[in-house]
Design a protein around this ligand. Structure first.
Ligand code: CA
Length: 228
């Protein structure tokens, strides 16, 4: 059975491109042009993934994320314009799984859909214990980190931070989430800790820490461990 996608997008051109390119990838695609139409579809036939535009004619995508989260664990990917940084954090806090900034490629969207499905229904995927990409290998069980086969020594905090990103590999993790999970709930405003430790981690695992390949910055929002 093919994976069912619900694309909520009021722009007819983007909607039609998404519909045809995602259908060509074998997804069973339904579309909605508004919050109310999406809510009606969700009520009758639950999709496996929702791809949601933020600005809709009869409301805000944020309202729909909240509605969905009250009842369902299915992944929600938000597509938003570049200027909506504060919105992105609100969306992730409201339970959206990830976001894409317009304009994005279909390849990028497909990669995010795959990541979202892998993490489906779980805030943290306990099965994700090994991460491998481009010579970087992180094994959470043995706590072993290697770059091109060479062991890398990390401090306990550096390891905790990297491990947190591995458990959400491919998805953005907000500053608040990282600070709460690595340092504790009382540290969620200490973003300077993150900058410091992310700098240390990049120095140890990136070939060029100034042009990170693995530990990606999501400006104003958080960090993402690259999966491709
Ligand atoms: Ca729109």
């Amino acid at each position: 059975m093919s994976i069912r996608l619900l694309v909520v997008e009021d722009d007819p051109e983007i909607r039609s491109v998404l519909h045809s390119s995602l259908a060509a990838e074998g997804f069973d695609v339904r579309t909605a042009v508004s919050v109310s139409e999406a809510a009606a579809i969700l009520h009758h036939a639950l999709p496996d993934v929702v791809v949601l535009d933020l600005g809709l004619p009869d409301g805000d995508g944020l309202d729909l994320v909240r509605q969905i989260r009250k009842a369902h664990a299915l992944p929600v990917l938000v597509v938003s314009a570049r200027h909506q940084e504060a919105e992105k954090i609100k969306l992730l806090d409201a339970g959206a799984d990830d976001y894409l900034t317009k304009p994005f490629s279909v390849g990028e969207l497909l990669a995010r859909i795959r990541v979202a499905l892998r993490h489906r229904g779980t805030a943290l995927d306990p099965a994700a214990t090994v991460h491998e990409l481009d010579g970087l290998k992180v094994d959470l069980r043995s706590r072993l980190v290697t770059v091109a086969g060479e062991p890398v020594h990390l401090t306990p905090t550096e390891f905790k931070l990297l491990a947190r990103l591995v458990r959400s590999a491919g998805r953005v993790v907000t500053h608040r989430q990282l600070l709460a999970d690595v340092w504790g709930a009382e540290y969620t405003d200490h973003t300077h800790y993150l900058r410091l430790y992310m700098g240390q981690l990049r120095a140890k695992i990136e070939a060029d820490p100034a042009e990170p390949r693995h530990l990606l910055t999501e400006t104003g929002v958080g960090y993402r461990l690259a999966v491709a």
